[in-house]
Design a protein around this ligand. Structure first.
Ligand code: ATP
Ligand code: MG
Length: 342
């Protein structure tokens, strides 16, 4: 079976962008792939954060995976920091990562500009190396991500090729390795719709957990009235009718796209249904569709959170399965890099 890994940071509450860009797409993949879905808590400390919230957000995120349909009889669900190999591999990979590659990363530039110098730690810069470890440890074939992670995934691919070239050559073969193939080079899996959900208050920036205003996003666990209120107050325009793909109407494109994926319809169907609607007619339709989709997930989430022992079991089992695979890759690389092994 081909392998898939993906994860979300427990940096705040999971929002519609994370759900439509990542989690929702994992569900059908579980049937035909060997899947690993993790909560990337080590990534969550790359900007100042609340230590009181981290473990709660980690559990919440895991519970959202399960509530959204991740099936633990098929997929491994675990917490990144429970599998030590992630951090260890990161150090080894760091030695093969040119700083210039990291300086080019758009997310680093954006996040560091917003955070201010004082708050930018080295880890914000080296974040993509940890992400590469997350993926390469499992010899993943595909990585389902939103558009915003495309550049990081490209770096992961380049890094895998570089390490294969530097350490996977003939020298390693003599030591019994599979020359040239320390890491599998993974492919991104970007959903055709929902890959880039935009902010409710600005159709030109992506919906984000770390954006300061809660009004800018629909959180997966937002109660009905909060969803209704956010949609009521979200940014629109004064054109008549509704349409996709008009560059002067980014908010309109975004809201129609959300409506399309959440109701499981084609773009054509939605374009046709909505072409003559006013905002006043469309907004309640969108609100209803969101509530209908999210409510059952919220109910299951509450049930899962009410049984902490169950969640602990799932995460322990997931970490065990993940560590078994991760350790093999890590040990191969130590060997290929010439370390004295115990
Ligand atoms: P942060 O602001 O802390 O970086 P985030 O909202 O970007 O949070 P991540 O945990 O970084 O969320 O990303 C988790 C997954 O969700 C990734 O696969 C990412 O591509 C996807 N994702 C994040 N934001 C969006 C979005 N607005 N639209 C579609 N996919 C998204
Ligand atoms: Mg992000």
């Amino acid at each position: 079976k081909k392998r898939i890994v993906s994860g979300v940071q427990p940096t705040g509450t999971i929002h519609l962008g994370n759900y439509l860009g990542a989690i929702k797409n994992w569900i059908p993949l579980q049937n035909s792939y060997d899947t690993f879905f993790f909560i990337v808590d080590l990534h969550a400390i790359t900007l100042p954060y609340d230590t009181q919230q981290l473990s709660r957000a980690t559990k919440d995120t895991a519970a959202i995976y399960l509530a959204s349909g991740v099936d633990t009889s098929k997929a491994s669900v675990f917490v990144q920091s429970h599998v030590r190999a992630h951090v260890e591999l990161m150090w080894l990979l760091s030695s093969a990562t040119p700083i210039g590659w990291l300086n080019r990363m758009i997310q680093f530039k954006e996040k560091s500009r917003k955070a201010g110098d004082e708050n930018v730690g080295v880890a914000l810069l080296t974040y993509p190396v940890l992400m590469a470890s997350d993926i390469l440890l499992y010899q993943s074939d595909f990585v389902p991500v939103g558009e915003d992670q495309k550049q990081h995934l490209e770096l992961t691919r380049e890094l895998a090729e570089r390490v294969n070239y530097l350490f996977g050559g003939r020298k390693w073969k003599k030591l019994g390795g599979r020359g040239g193939a320390i890491f599998k080079v993974p492919e991104p899996l970007i959903p055709p719709a929902g890959a880039r959900v935009m902010s409710l208050t600005d159709g030109l920036s992506k919906m984000s957990k770390s954006a300061p205003s809660d009004q800018s996003r629909i959180n997966l666990l937002d109660p009905k009235d909060v969803i209704a209120n956010k949609i009521k107050r979200c940014k629109t325009d004064s054109f008549s009718g509704l349409e996709f793909d008009n560059p002067d109407r980014p908010e309109c494109h975004n809201l129609l796209s959300i409506y399309q994926v959440i109701t499981d319809r084609t773009k054509q169907e939605v374009a046709h249904e909505c072409q003559d609607l006013s905002w006043g007619t469309f907004k309640p339709l969108l609100t209803e569709a969101l509530i209908a989709h999210l409510h059952p997930i919220q109910v299951r989430h509450n049930e899962i959170m009410a049984d902490p022992a169950y969640l602990d079991r799932v995460l322990a089992e997931g970490a065990r399965k993940a560590a078994d695979i991760a350790d093999v890759t890590l040990n191969n690389l130590y060997q290929a890099m010439g370390f004295l092994r115990r």
